[in-house]
Design a protein around this ligand. Structure first.
Ligand SMILES: C[S@@+](CC[C@H](N)C(=O)[O-])C[C@H]1O[C@@H](n2cnc3c(N)ncnc32)[C@H](O)[C@@H]1O
Length: 449
């Protein structure tokens, strides 16, 4: 197979990273932006020892499940890889991705139902993090997502999966930063001012929190004046914060955040509880889909336990803890981000909840020291999953069941395998579609210890 050569192939399936899979003389070829069963003419763009990559030159016969892509930036941006596949079929593909991971990595035979669909499939993304750079000659600010497999920013003026007002706020920042002598960041030379724009939109109130991530250790009059200008331009904005990040790193947020104007949070409602979300606290990007997950876990605990003692580990702003408070005797939450714990404490007061105990610190350290036994342990770790030591500790601390919430089917499968080797039994796995049009999928596994 040669670079640039063309072939006609039929797409067999979608990989766990959202690309189409075809075969040429037995060699796997990954093809971007296709639907299973599409017959396409492809052009080879990369050749490796065991696989090749290709782009579509022409769709010859479209799959009956192919739909018109909704985003004009599809090829340049690449974030919503599944958008040319009809939504019901996306759900079936994701079901298959989860089943394959659980079987191949976990060695487990668990029946996987279809994901619970996202209540909204456009404008669903309520947290936006755009990296910033600037053009070389005219020094115009660029804000958007990185091109696939690169650190080159695609300047995105319109993104159909985020609320429309975010496009206008980002455009305002792009157009007005230079008035305040604020430049875009250059990650190669580690120079320039503005690194990222982070926006949180409350689905509940429509209010917005903006954070400007700056390449500086502290505030100055330029940043402050620009923050006020942004705040004054949009009625929906309740506050503008500065986050200070001087590290030469891909990590978006630095440790320190300062609210320059307005409030340092937006309120979001889940089930019957209201939460304070800060610029630097974790919260699911799709609140409507997140609410389905919280309702699912809450109903499970309500139907199967009578006033249990619950642990909520990797708790963020104690969202599970607070949603479960009225069906539990007590919930003990553990989270390493102090700002999230602070917002959780404020949400407890706001919701008049007094049976949630919040711990700030590393979960592994907390597990080691904890003496109580919990009827149910909820664990919701980051994408990398849990260490075996942490899983051992969670087992020691859990009387009946673990509810494992995961955004990564591969690490979920690996951790379930370990738990089963330790004598646990996976009762069910329910996927939820939190990240429509992408290959990402959230799962809730219920495990008997
Ligand atoms: C996927 S989020 C889940 C948050 C929460 N359960 C929710 O649904 O909103 C994972 C959380 O784990 C926290 N975290 C990551 N590593 C941790 C650790 N070693 N100990 C405690 N918390 C940790 C992160 O700060 C983040 O808030």
């Amino acid at each position: 197979m040669e670079l640039g050569s063309e072939y006609i192939v039929k797409i067999e399936k979608i990989s766990n990273l959202g690309t189409g899979i075809a075969r040429i003389d037995g060699c796997v070829v990954f093809v971007e932006n296709v639907c299973p069963e599409d017959e396409v003419k492809i052009k080879i763009t990369k050749v490796k020892k065991s696989f090749a990559q290709a782009e579509v030159a022409e769709v010859i016969t479209a799959s009956p499940r192919r739909v018109k892509p909704f985003c004009p930036m599809l090829k340049a941006c690449g974030a919503c890889q599944l958008q040319m596949i009809d939504y019901d079929y996306q759900l079936e593909i994701k079901r298959q991705i989860v089943e394959d991971s659980i079987r191949k990595i976990g060695g487990l035979d668990v029946e996987i139902p279809l994901p619970v669909p996202s209540p909204e499939i456009k404008n669903y993304r309520h947290k936006i993090q755009f990296p910033i750079s600037q053009t070389k000659v005219s020094k115009r600010l660029l804000a958007g997502y990185y091109k696939p497999q690169s650190h080159e920013i695609v300047n995105i003026k319109y993104c159909p999966v985020q609320p429309e007002i975010c496009d206008r706020i980002i455009d305002f920042i792009r157009e007005n930063a230079s008035k305040f002598e604020i430049s875009g960041y250059d990650e190669k030379t580690h120079t320039g001012d503005l690194r990222h724009i982070v926006i949180r939109v409350s689905k509940y109130s429509g209010k917005i929190l903006v954070a400007l991530v700056v390449n500086s250790g502290n505030t100055n009059s330029r940043f402050k004046s620009f923050a006020s200008e942004i705040y004054n331009e949009f009625d929906e904005i309740t506050g503008v914060c500065l986050n200070f990040n001087t590290k030469n790193t891909n990590v978006i947020l630095g440790r320190k955040t300062e609210c320059v104007v307005g409030a340092d949070y937006v309120e979001e409602k889940l089930l019957d509880k209201v939460f304070k979300i800060g610029a630097d606290t974790f919260f699911q990007i799709n609140p409507a889909s997140a609410e389905n997950i919280f309702a699912y876990v809450r109903n499970y605990i309500k139907d199967n336990y009578n006033s249990p003692l619950v642990m909520d580990a990797y708790a963020g702003i104690s969202t599970f803890g607070i949603c479960l408070a009225d069906v539990s005797d007590k919930v003990v939450t553990i989270e390493e981000n102090p700002q999230s714990c602070q917002k959780a404490e404020e949400s407890l007061v706001m919701n008049k909840v007094n049976n949630v105990e919040i711990h700030s610190g590393d979960a592994a350290e907390f597990f080691k020291k904890e003496k109580r036994k919990f009827d149910v342990s909820i664990i919701d770790p980051p994408r990398k999953g849990c260490t075996q030591e942490s899983l051992d500790e969670v087992l020691r601390l859990t009387k009946d069941e673990i509810v494992y919430v995961s955004c990564n089917p591969a690490t979920l499968a690996r951790d379930l395998k370990y738990l089963c080797e330790k004598g646990c039994c996976v009762k069910s796995i329910q996927p939820f579609d939190m990240f429509c049009h992408t290959y990402h999928i959230e799962n809730v596994a219920i495990i008997e210890v």
